[in-house]
Design a protein around this ligand. Sequence first.
Ligand SMILES: NC(=O)c1ccc[n+]([C@@H]2O[C@H](COP(=O)([O-])OP(=O)(O)OC[C@H]3O[C@@H](n4cnc5c(N)ncnc54)[C@H](O)[C@@H]3O)[C@@H](O)[C@H]2O)c1
Length: 568
Amino acid sequence: MTKRSTPLLLIGETSNIRDHVAKKLLEEKFETTEIEQMEQGPVSIILFLFDRQSAKLSIYLLQQVHLEKYEMDQLFIFDDKKTNSLADNESFVQSLIKASTNAVELFFSDVHVDSERVGDVVAKHLLHDLIHPSSHQMVKREISLKEKEIVGVVGLGYVGLPVAVGFSEHYPVIGFDVDDGKIAKLKKGEDPSEQFTQESLVATKIDFTTNAKKLRRCAYIIVAVPTPISASKEPDLSYLEAASQLIGENLTPDTIVVYESTVYPGATEEVCSPILEKASNLKVGKDFFIGYSPERINPGDHEHTFRTIPKIVAGQSAFVAETLYQLYQNVIKAPVYKASSIKVAETAKVVENTQRDINIAFMNELAQIFYHLDIPTEDVLAAAGTKWNFLPFSPGLVGGHCIGVDPYYLIHKARLAGYEPSFLTAAREVNESMVDHVTNLVMQQIVHHQTPWDNLKITVLGGTFKENIGDIRNSKALEILKNLLNLGLSVQLCDPHITEGSVQDIYGISNKSFDELEKADIVIAAVPHDVFNWERLKTILKETSTVIDIKSSIPLHYIPKEVTLLRL
Ligand SMILES: NC(=O)c1ccc[n+]([C@@H]2O[C@H](COP(=O)([O-])OP(=O)(O)OC[C@H]3O[C@@H](n4cnc5c(N)ncnc54)[C@H](O)[C@@H]3O)[C@@H](O)[C@H]2O)c1
């Protein structure tokens, strides 16, 4: 909540604009007052002098207030260059300026037709000056409605690229990345993350670059660099620190830097902001500003996209939050939500993913219990799911760089604060144990069928960390594959989404097409991409095969009767 004691008196006959501004100020908890309700004490005045006729009336109304009785705090004059209404009332306005502690004159340099748009711009400038008052007695600024501010996006991966593309529909965008191979591809319209077609990427007109100096032209810089964990499962903020250093070296006054990378509560203000200040020699909250907007993009999901997912924004002050709210509202179809602080927005993001981690961990624990009790998990969940408040989660592998990583950020911060989050760590352990559980299922099948080790063939279908994308970072399917290879088993992988070479480089095996697969004794349907045609499953099975369907995604009628089917 913004704390402010001086009431604001809004005077202006351009009622639509005035009403819109009054609404915005009230939303930000600023106290407004009417002439008739004014009490003794300090007051700030917001004077609208938009067209000649209504300007005359505004001045007349103000002249009715015996201002000598009040202590004049800030004075804001919104003026229109075209009608030059201020000149008609020069001496009266000059006396007002003299009586105020600080006056700001903002004049529009272009014609304004849409009062809501003008109101938004006026409110934005007002909030800026109310929250960050100038030390000068009089400030004069020209504002243009036509002005298109440049948006810079730093880090063009699974998150940064859709953000850059989304903004490019309404703003000029500079897309910066340190990976020159990636930038060369993007310039040609090739998207390494398989999210955009060549045609659509070329049409965006984004200025893809590795030249950080171009960021100096940006009014907003959005940061979407990786925030992984170290080998000891501690937050690794090295990318974020390097990006902040680079941005700081190219930071110009009045820029708002918005972090979208997932972090632990406090990281933006405690880690990133000091780096920006030091590298830029500018003061945060005075010369430049910071905000946070957690990203919920779900790569491979065409329904929940940058434009359709509700967006949280937060700023270091009400002005920054409001500015970001308007910025994101221009490009996002879904609602934009203003969080009460940067820390709250950072926490909300890690909590969203931690909640999923915990719920899936519960399912995975049940799956392991039911395996020992010989009860089909799927049937239990179907039965329990008939209750109105039973949550529809299912067991599975939790890999990637969000659900399997973000809880460690919260765990880290909780421990620093002296609290051991045993529930969160237990959930992580259960989900991590699923790789061994599936490996054990494979071993038991081998023992059960007494298949000679040397003749045994195992197929893994899908090696990415989740369906329909090519991302193999922290893939649990590949961890299972690695376990089996380490046991000396003959394993073949088929994943149409994984780019050539990457699996060969890491595991020394080739990534086969479905047609190249040899019939296998055990087929693990690890990641059920949409491109898999389950009708053809029987062509890669032997009569005595076992199918381990990790996500219970293969329709039962595609599994031949003689084949053993295991599900989690
Ligand atoms: N991928 C997701 O599903 C997802 C969803 C929500 C939030 N997030 C979060 O968003 C952030 C980014 O994730 P991602 O999946 O897009 O990562 P990514 O690895 O796909 O992309 C990151 C990009 O940043 C670039 N980069 C690294 N250091 C840089 C620097 N100093 N300056 C400029 N560019 C730099 C890399 O070259 C890469 O292109 C992470 O914090 C992640 O947790 C990811």
